[in-house]
Design a protein around this ligand. Structure first.
Ligand code: PMP
Length: 401
C-alpha cells in the first residue's frame, strides 16, 4: 500500500521519514491517480461537450465516465444527479445560493449543528442575510456526539433546511444522518449532508441516507484538489435556478433572455476541471478496489492505539469521545498552545494539524481555541501511530520542562 504513494517515501527535517497524519485536511495521492492525470494531459486533453474531433470525444467520455463512477460510488439513482464542483465548499455555496434564494423567506430557519465546518455555516449565514431567514445550531454533547433529542425538538415548522455533517472533521464523530434525514423528511425539511470526512471512512449510499443533497471534496478521497461533488435529488436540482451563468449550461441565449439545460449541465457553467474529474475517477476506482472490511478493522485498531497512547501521556485531554468515531483524534495539552505541539512533532517528521480546523463555534463550545489533530488514512499503520505517540511524549516533556 505505502509503495503506491510516492510522497510517503520522502523525508523531512534532515532525513526523518515522513509520518503523514494530516489526512482530514487532505490525503496523499496514489501513483494510479498521478498516472491518470499525466495520461489525460499527455494523450486526451481537449475541452468537453463541444467539438467534433477525436480528442474532444475522448475528453468528454472520460469526464462523463467520472460522473458515472461518482454516481455509483454514492448510490445515486442517476448520473444526472451528480454535479461537479470545486469541492465541498463550492457545493454548499451552490445549494445555499440557488436553493436558498428560491426557497427562503423572512422567518424561515436553517438548522445547522455546532460541529459544522465553517463551509457549512457561512454560506447559510450569507443567504440568511439576503432572505431574512435565520441560522440556528443544534448543540453538541460533552462527549462530542450530536444532541439528537434537541435536534428533533428544534425541527419546528419554521425550519426549511437541515445542513449536517456526516462526520465531524474535528471530533471524528459519526452522526446518525439517516435517522436525522428521515425525521426531517417527515416534517418537509430539505436536507444537506456534508460528506467531506465521511466518504473516505464509511460506505455511503445517498438512497439509504435519503438526503436531498450530499457533498464531498475529491482531495480528501485520494483525488486531486479542485474537484468536488454535489449530489442532489434530480427533481430538486431541476427546480433550482443556475448558480453561475455561462457556456455549456444554456439551451438558448438571446440578448434579453436565456433558457437553461437540466442538471447537471445547468450547474456546470464554463470549462470544468476535466483533469480533476479524471483524477477523481481513478481515485474512486482505486479506493473501491481495496478490502474495506480490512480497512475498517485497521482504522479502528489505529484509533484505539492513538486514543490509549495519548491518554497515557500526562497533561493530555482528548476532545471528542463519541461511541461512533472514525480515525480522527483531537487533543489538547494542558497550558500549551496546540501550534507548539505541532511544530515539535513536525521536527520529528510527524505531520499533524493544529488550529481551529474551521470549526470555531465547536471549539468555543469546548472552551478552547485550538486543538492538535491526528487523522489516519488507508496507508497509515501501527508504526506511524507509535512514532506519533513517541513524538508527542517528547514534545510534551519539552513543553512541560
Ligand atoms: N466540511 C468538512 C467536514 C471538512 O472537513 C472540510 C475540509 N476540512 C470541508 C467541509 C471543506 O472542504 P473543502 O475545503 O475541500 O471545500
Amino acid at each position: 500500500m505505502r509503495d503506491q504513494f510516492p510522497i510517503l517515501q520522502r523525508t523531512v527535517h534532515g532525513g526523518k521519514p515522513l509520518v503523514y497524519l494530516d489526512n482530514a485536511a487532505t490525503t496523499q495521492k496514489p501513483q494510479v491517480v498521478l498516472d491518470a492525470l499525466m495520461d489525460y494531459y499527455t494523450n486526451h486533453n481537449s475541452n468537453v461537450h463541444r467539438g467534433a474531433h477525436t480528442l474532444a470525444a475522448e475528453a468528454t467520455a472520460l469526464y462523463e465516465e467520472a460522473r458515472d463512477r461518482v454516481a455509483s460510488f454514492l448510490g445515486a439513482r442517476s448520473s444526472d444527479e451528480i454535479v461537479f464542483t470545486r469541492g465541498t465548499t463550492e457545493s454548499i455555496n451552490l445549494v445555499a445560493a440557488s436553493w436558498g434564494q428560491q426557497n427562503l423567506q423572512p422567518g424561515d430557519v436553517i438548522l445547522v449543528t455546532e460541529m459544522e465546518h465553517h463551509s457549512n455555516i457561512v454560506p447559510w449565514q450569507l443567504i440568511a442575510k439576503q432572505t431574512g431567514a435565520a441560522v440556528r445550531a443544534v448543540p453538541v454533547l460533552d462527549n462530542g456526539e450530536l444532541d439528537v433529542e434537541s435536534c428533533l425538538e428544534m425541527m419546528s415548522t419554521r425550519v426549511r433546511l437541515l445542513a449536517v455533517t456526516h462526520v465531524s472533521n474535528t471530533l471524528g464523530t459519526v452522526n446518525p444522518v439517516g435517522q436525522l434525514c428521515a425525521e426531517a423528511r417527515k416534517r418537509g425539511i430539505v436536507t444537506l449532508v456534508d460528506g467531506a470526512q465521511a466518504v473516505v471512512h464509511l460506505p455511503v449510499s445517498v438512497q439509504d441516507i435519503d438526503c436531498d443533497f450530499y457533498v464531498f471534496s475529491g482531495h480528501k478521497l485520494y483525488a486531486p484538489t479542485g474537484i468536488g461533488v454535489l449530489y442532489g435529488r434530480r427533481e430538486l436540482l431541476n427546480a433550482m435556478p443556475p448558480y453561475h451563468g455561462g457556456g455549456s449550461m444554456i439551451k438558448d441565449v438571446s440578448i434579453s433572455h436565456s433558457t437553461f439545460l437540466d442538471a447537471p449541465q445547468r450547474f456546470e457553467a464554463g470549462t470544468p476541471n476535466i483533469a480533476g474529474a479524471v483524477g477523481l475517477n481513478a481515485a474512486i476506482k482505486w479506493f473501491s478496489s481495496l478490502d474495506h472490511e480490512q480497512l475498517a478493522h485497521q482504522e479502528h485498531a489505529l484509533l484505539q492505539q492513538a486514543t490509549t497512547g495519548l491518554l497515557a501521556i500526562p497533561g493530555i485531554q482528548i476532545i471528542g469521545t463519541a461511541a461512533n468515531k472514525v480515525g480522527i483524534v483531537s487533543f489538547i495539552v494542558d497550558g500549551v498552545h496546540a501550534h507548539d505541539v505541532g511544530v515539535l512533532l513536525d521536527e520529528q517528521g510527524v505531520a499533524i494539524r493544529t488550529g481551529h480546523h474551521c470549526t470555531m463555534p465547536l471549539l468555543e463550545r469546548f472552551n478552547c481555541t485550538s486543538t492538535a489533530r491526528m487523522s489516519v488514512a488507508a496507508y497509515n499503520n501501527a508504526a506511524d501511530v507509535e512514532r506519533f505517540l513517541t513524538a508527542t511524549t517528547k514534545a510534551t516533556s519539552i513543553l512541560f520542562s
